[in-house]
Design a protein around this ligand. Sequence first.
Ligand code: ADP
Ligand code: MG
Length: 457
Amino acid sequence: MIESHESIWRSCLSTIKENIHEKSFNTWFKPIKPIKFESNTLTIQVPNRFFYDYIEEHFLNILKKTIYQVLGPTGQLEYKILVDYPNNPSKEQLSSKEIKNPFVIPGLKKVSIDSNLIKKYAFDNFIEGDCNKLGKSAGISISKKPGKTAFNPLMIFGGVGLGKTHLAHAIGNEIKKLNPDYNVVYLTTETFTNQIVSAIRKNTIDDLIHFYQLIDTLIVDDIQFLSGREKTQDIFFNIFNQLQQTNKQIILTCDRPPKDLEGVKDRLISRFKWGLTADLKSPDFETRLAIIQDKLGPDVEEIPKNVLEYICFNIKNNIRELEGVLISLMAQANLNNKEIDIDLAKEVIQKFVSHENKGITIENIAKLVADHFDVPVEVLSSKTRKRSVVIARQLSMYLAKNYTKDSLKAIGANFGGKDHSTVIYSINTVRDLIDTDTIFKDLVSELEKKVELSLIP
Ligand code: ADP
Ligand code: MG
């Protein structure tokens, strides 16, 4: 007879019940749900990390014996833990998402952590040029010996759309390919910050830190967003040190060199510089051409060579933009039945020139926000503490940070000589309001739309 996970778990429970106090049984075993039974392995789901720890500490022996009794000597137990992923709540469970988790059960079975890696970002399709040679070759060495090269941490930095995320995933994927048992975890700084905020709220920081100790390779994307988030930085510092001391690989990406990270504590910046800092530069013309030919694959036949060259000639500093232009070009040609030629390429490129290239400035933003709030633009740089002006000023700083490449210092200087910590404070205030106030969130979206519209030539 094939037994179901429910009936097996019921058998286990009856054994467990005989061996522990009723109160403990109700507290720790009742909430557990059996999930599946396959290859003589029973998977159970526990509500959180704390539960798992408690069970491991207090009931491991009885569990081992029970599993032996019910499933025989080859029987195994696997845990699934519900972990909060505030960044991408699923529709059904608003604040928590089940991830195939992760925890090593001594004597029982090692479960692998969901790595969040995107498969399509590989070394094979990461075209090499002078612009990225160092990063790519360091990445390949790391994949062969994660944590055991001098490149720890590997810090990949470079401007928007130059392949930081692609390279970071490629390394992670390669490590997984060569060492399927390794726990590799990719996450954005945003997700990481959200985890920390939520752990602070629920008083589960120790669990979170414990979780990161189980990881063999940690990849954190876009660490410039650590700026101004002091608590997150402290916890990151802690996790970083633990991983480094146990020779675990750390890979970070950032849109600027570590020394230019404002609002990030010095002790963290100095850690970032311990390993190797690899700079991704803008690719030269030939590399750009090779990249888009590779991306297009067989579709490359559909686009005349001179058009490809024209595009590569005009879009120099952002590969994502290069891809965007190509996709849009093909779509335009298909939808409107137009021929793909230089004129059409010109039209499409116009729409794609990035914010920086179109010269959005702090002044433009201030003007736009002032108009929106119907106040003279000068008051934004005055000392006024009037509530509506303060909000308008904070919003302007927030938008300036997102839409210009200006430093916090420069932004502060434009709004009445504020120092960079005031700018960080303003940006965080806006972020908090966006998170908690939907009307405010809509206001920010509206202003963002205005900024973007003002960019169209
Ligand atoms: P970043 O994280 O630096 O902003 P991404 O890694 O997201 O940039 O890259 C943007 C796009 O450009 C992605 O689709 C990526 O596949 C592509 N890309 C970047 N560099 C290369 C490269 N060397 N070869 C192939 N594709 C690349
Ligand atoms: Mg990226």
